[in-house]
Write a protein that binds this ligand. Structure first.
Ligand SMILES: [Zn+2]
Length: 556
């Protein structure tokens, strides 16, 4: 059924619909779509497709038990299952297809599990407690990062002794390169659990900390980013202002006071980051040490042009901070100053993969969550499409033989879509009928709560009077809230590569890093691993690596 008539069905008859809903972008490919629909009428089409899938599933019985030299974790903040499905449809519709049949990059992963996301003190979790679970392997209280549940939120004096380390640290300790790429501030909840230990996720810089916490000796998260693990190889995202002294003018937004530095302690953390980086590698060739060779290259960058003109072969350490706070939404992105998530991921992998011992990379599509909190489903879904693009890029740069890739979310949102929409309905479109109660049309996408609750003249707003396909349209919600909330149901975990099959069934969220570490032979559980100098299958005997250059990143 063409979308134009669907729009008419959802139309009350007296108001006119915004024109873009009468002509969704894929309508111009109607011929192709009609052909596709003809195919779907033939039972052979579905049987053949299912048999192909079955053949592939049977292949999966041969398990990949290689050692994961590399581990990449993609974290879609707030990317619940309903968001994944809607993202899939959007991706298809952006390619002028109906959308439901489209496959996301993550859909192609062979193994899927469900992750139980609750925090130790919260049925519906937040991004901090969950990040501690899927990065450090330990469930924690909401609002806390890199500490066990013995730490209470905002209580600095409950931190000491309760710190827990992350898989990023385990990878670094094992000699791998490590990286963090996010679209939020690099000291936001998700990335911070990789390197920080903080009783409060909001302690971005000392400016955001209460005097009591400062006097008790707790350090802000930006400070910890630079000091805790001094040789994180790649850090990219937003968050410049937390790195600089209070009131220091921002390099990009010179007249914007909100973009200025925030630090009360007057530190310039970018300079400190640079000062911690080794100037030279110390290389060992056979029995000979070759000191002061070659040079190590550390780069601080703040815009897209700098990123895209970097020569990854000449970059050992990269700090890219592209915005004072979070990065812009993908739909609003300035293509000159701000890189996309997938552009950042490509450069990160190019730098990290130079290490013969492999790498761990955390990638966060961090603003899916923000779009949902604002009730702006279109922003959220475009963020998720971009993360899926990054997953595809990473897949094309790595091999299933030696790279474990995990895609998951920290928690869901009270985001849903329904209303018996027909096949190919614009994901941002209307349901094909009026409410049988208030006689008004409604969008397929709705939120359980949030800022989209609108009453006009004592009645639910008539959505056909507004541009519900606008980038910033706030979908209707059942309960008015300034910020839409997280959802409490399980989220999906997609995995591929060595030991991906261990992510299966329904598991606690803190199980995930234990699997990633087991697959990579890092962390505490190493009994199944061959000696460090060997490679290959976990079950296989040792294979000696060729005696090659092993650069040691130490100060010289
Ligand atoms: Zn959130």
């Amino acid at each position: 059924m063409p979308a134009a008539s669907l729009g008419d069905q959802g139309h009350s008859g007296t108001e006119s619909l915004p024109s873009q809903h009468l002509q969704p972008t894929w309508v111009k490919d109607e011929l192709m779509d009609e052909k596709g629909k003809e195919k779907e009428k033939d039972p052979k089409y579905w049987r053949d497709q299912a048999q192909e899938t079955l053949k592939y599933a049977l292949e999966l019985q041969k398990l990949n038990t290689n050692v994961a030299k590399n581990v990449i974790m993609f974290l879609g903040d707030g990317m619940g299952v309903s968001t994944v499905t809607a993202t899939r449809i959007l991706k298809g519709q952006l390619h002028h297809n109906p959308g439901e049949e489209t496959r996301l990059e993550m859909d192609k992963f062979p193994f899927v599990a469900l992750s139980k996301t609750y925090n130790t003190n919260a049925q519906v979790p937040d991004s901090a407690g969950t990040a501690t679970a899927y990065l450090c392997g330990v469930k924690a209280n909401e609002g806390t990062v890199g500490v066990s549940a013995a730490t209470e939120r905002s209580r600095c004096n409950t931190t000491q002794g309760n710190e827990v380390t992350s898989i990023l640290r385990w990878a670094k300790d094992a000699g791998k390169s490590v990286g963090i790429v996010t679209t939020t501030r690099v000291n936001h909840a998700t990335p911070s659990a990789a390197y920080a230990h903080s009783a409060d996720r909001d302690w971005y810089s000392d400016n955001e900390m209460p005097p009591e916490a400062l006097s008790q000796g707790c350090k802000d998260i930006a400070y910890q980013l630079v000091h805790n693990i001094r040789d994180i190889d790649v850090i990219m995202g937003g968050g410049r202002k937390y790195m600089y002294p209070k009131n220091k003018t921002d390099v990009e937004y010179e007249i914007d006071e909100k973009a200025r530095g925030t630090r009360l302690d007057g530190l310039d953390l970018v300079n400190i980051w640079k000062s911690f980086k080794p100037r030279h590698k110390v290389a060992c060739v056979g029995a000979m040490w070759l000191p002061r060779w070659p040079l190590m290259h550390s780069h601080f960058i703040w815009n897209r042009t700098e990123l895209l003109t970097l020569d990854p072969h000449n970059v050992d350490y990269l700090l890219g901070l592209f915005e004072p706070g979070d990065m812009e939404y993908e739909l609003n992105r300035n293509n000159v100053t701000d890189p996309s998530l997938s552009e950042m991921v490509v450069v990160a992998i190019q730098i990290l993969r130079k290490n013969p011992k492999g790498f761990f990379l955390l990638v966060e599509g961090g603003r899916i969550d923000h779009g949902h909190h604002e009730g702006k489903a279109k922003q959220a879904l475009h963020e998720a499409v971009e993360m899926d693009r990054a997953i595809g890029q990473a897949g094309s740069m790595t091999s299933l033989e030696d790279t474990l890739t995990v895609v998951t979310a920290d928690h869901s949102h009270v985001f849903t879509f329904g209303g018996y929409t027909p096949r190919g309905n614009s994901i941002f479109g209307l349901a094909p009928m009026l409410s049988d109660t208030d006689k008004k049309p409604f969008t397929a996408i709705l939120y359980g709560n949030g800022p989209g609750y609108k009453v006009v003249g004592g009645e639910r707003e008539n959505v056909s009077m507004v541009d519900y396909a606008h980038n910033n349209y706030q979908a209707q919600s059942a309960v008015p809230l300034r910020h839409e909330t997280h959802g409490g149901e399980d989220v999906a975990v997609f995995s591929k590569g060595p030991m991906a099959h261990l992510l299966h069934g329904v598991h606690e969220q803190n199980y995930i890093p234990h699997v990633m570490a087991y697959a990579a032979c890092i962390g505490a559980n190493l009994d199944h691993c061959a000696p460090a100098s060997s490679a290959g299958s976990l079950a296989a005997g040792p294979l000696l690596l060729p005696l090659a250059l092993f650069p040691l990143s130490i100060l010289f």
